[in-house]
Each structure stands twice: as structure tokens, then as C-alpha cells.
Design a protein around this ligand. Structure first.
Ligand code: NAI
Length: 270
């Protein structure tokens, strides 16, 4: 169902790798609500080629950018503004990568070189994106920026490893830049703290299936799906939520505020 909530809005969506990606689903939802979109991802992800399908489906150009490279980001914003013929109304930052997780290094034995790279890709990249937009005055007034986070930023999930620290940093950048961009241009910046979702990045976490099942049992509404997350992003990009900024918004079926559920008690009594 479309209410054309984003009619006339123009946005950049980072991170659509394949059909499972939260960014992919969000691009479809934003398009269905009337938005015009530019898709971006790292050059290595573009070589996979999957994103071309999405590009055709929603008639959106693809402009590659490694989010740790300021020249790439500058080029992305320049080309996007040319394509749109003006400023940008919304950005989805749907990017995450842990080098230590990839290399199988546990939290107590992380390599600090990898760790720096993880923080740069997964957290400081939001600062880099915002800084580029800021320097180029690329975002329109009342623009909206959303990044994706996970509850391991606040509570311990041991196998989430260094990504917990990366998400804590991401949420902090959201607040800090949210202040400055709010004052300067009424741009709002929020994170959505999403339920575990079966995607490429998600499945990289050790014991992910157990994670998903546990969260499902611990959430009064069950886990929020990627499609649900996409719809939530649409509301945050729309003018209906224009006074919401600098928040970490839990989108998790109630998981974050549940101590225990009957389903978990029954499981423990078995
Ligand atoms: P995904 O694997 O589909 O998306 C991650 C994206 O990050 C990929 O498109 C990848 O190409 C991109 N990326 C990695 N390095 C990059 C770089 N240097 N430059 C530009 N792009 C780069 O997985 P998913 O799950 O859709 O992830 C999206 C976001 O959602 C991430 O921030 C993730 O941490 C977050 N999230 C995911 C959850 C899950 O359970 N899947 C739960 C909560 C948050």
C-alpha cells in the first residue's frame, strides 16, 4: 500500500548488497512511497552485480563509494545532486563490517589494526558521510538521516564482538552530529536499533541462528523483519516525524524492554 509519504523526496541509500539487505528492502519501500533514489555501495559490492537488478526495478542510478574514502563520498554527493538537480532529503546508512569477526578473532584477542578499520567502516563512516554533506551543503532543510544499529551497543551480547563498540560509537556520532546539523539546518539524524535479521552481515555473527531464535522468544511482538524495518525508515524520512532527532529508536518487537517471557521460562523449565 502506498500513501506517497515520500513524494518529491530525493535520497541516497547506502548498503544494498542483495535482496536480503535491509537497504534493498528500504529502497523498494521508499520507491513505492514516491521517492527518487540514488544507490551506493562499495566498489567490491558493485562487482557482485546483484544491485543492478534493484537499480532497474526502481530506476535508480548506482554510484559507487567506499565510505572510508572522502574523495569517493565527495564524488557521490556531486553526482547525486547533478542527477536530482538539487539537494538531498534523506540518507540511509546501512553499512557494517567487522574485520576481527571475519578473521575469527574473539573480543579479548582483537587485532587493533582490524579494529580501527571496523570502526571506520561501521561507525566513523557516518561522520564522513555527514561531514561531506555538511561541507557541500548537500542536505535540504528538514532532511533526515538514518543509520542502523543493534542493542549490543547498550547490553552485552558476547559474540557480537567489536561490533558492539562500533555501534556504541555510531549512536554517539548520531547524537553529536545531530546537534550540529539540527542547529545549522534542521537536519535530523537517528539510529534504528533493529532486531536480528537474516542478511549477509547478520549471518557473519557467530551463533546467529540461536541469536535470532532467542530474540524471537524474548519479543512480545516477535522479531521485526527487514520489511518492517524498511517501513519504519520510510516514516523517519517522511515529514510525519520531523521533530525526532538524535535518538536511538528500538525497532525490535519489544525485546529491549522485556525482562523475560513465558516462552523463555517454559524453555528453561524443560
Ligand atoms: P548487508 O550485508 O546486506 O549490508 C551491509 C552493507 O555494508 C553491504 O552492502 C556492504 O557492501 C556494505 N559495506 C561494507 N563495507 C563498506 C564500505 N567500505 N563502503 C561502503 N559500503 C560498505 O547486511 P544488513 O544486515 O542489511 O546490514 C545493514 C546494517 O544493519 C548494518 O549496519 C548492520 O550492522 C545493521 N544491523 C543488522 C542487523 C542484522 O541482524 N542483520 C541487526 C541490527 C543492525
Amino acid at each position: 500500500m502506498s500513501n506517497q509519504l515520500l513524494k518529491g523526496k530525493k535520497g541516497i541509500i547506502f548498503g544494498a548488497l542483495d535482496e536480503k539487505s535491509i537497504a534493498w528492502k528500504t529502497a523498494l519501500a521508499c520507491h513505492a512511497q514516491g521517492a527518487e533514489i540514488v544507490l551506493s555501495n562499495a566498489p567490491i559490492a558493485l562487482r557482485m552485480g546483484e544491485i543492478n537488478k534493484l537499480s532497474e526495478q526502481i530506476n535508480a542510478p548506482i554510484i559507487g563509494a567506499d565510505v572510508t574514502n572522502m574523495d569517493d563520498l565527495k564524488n557521490l554527493f556531486t553526482e547525486s545532486m547533478k542527477h536530482f538537480g538539487g539537494g538531498i532529503d534523506f540518507i540511509l546508512h546501512s553499512i557494517g563490517m567487522s574485520l576481527n569477526l571475519r578473521k575469527g578473532k574473539g573480543y579479548t584477542e582483537i587485532d587493533y589494526g582490524f579494529n580501527q578499520k571496523t570502526f571506520d567502516i561501521s561507525a566513523m563512516s557516518l561522520h564522513r558521510v555527514l561531514r561531506t554533506a555538511w561541507d557541500m551543503d548537500a542536505l535540504n532543510e528538514w532532511g533526515s538521516v538514518v543509520a542502523l544499529s543493534y542493542i549490543a551497543a547498550q547490553r552485552v551480547f558476547p559474540d557480537y564482538n567489536e561490533m558492539a563498540d562500533a555501534k556504541a560509537l555510531l549512536e554517539s556520532v548520531t547524537r553529536s552530529f545531530g546537534y550540529h546539523y539540527g542547529v545549522k539546518k534542521k537536519v535530523r539524524i537517528n539510529t534504528i536499533s533493529q532486531s536480528p535479521t537474516r542478511t549477509t552481515a547478520g549471518s557473519g555473527v557467530k551463533g546467529f541462528d540461536g541469536f535470532v531464535n532467542y530474540a524471537e522468544k524474548m519479543s512480545p511482538l516477535g522479531n521485526a523483519s527487514g520489511e518492517d524495518c524498511a517501513n519504519y525508515c520510510v516514516t523517519l524520512f517522511s515529514d510525519m516525524t520531523k521533530m525526532v532527532t538524535m535518538q536511538n529508536l528500538f525497532h525490535d518487537g519489544g525485546f529491549s524492554f522485556t525482562g523475560v517471557t513465558q516462552a523463555v521460562i517454559e524453555q528453561m523449565e524443560k
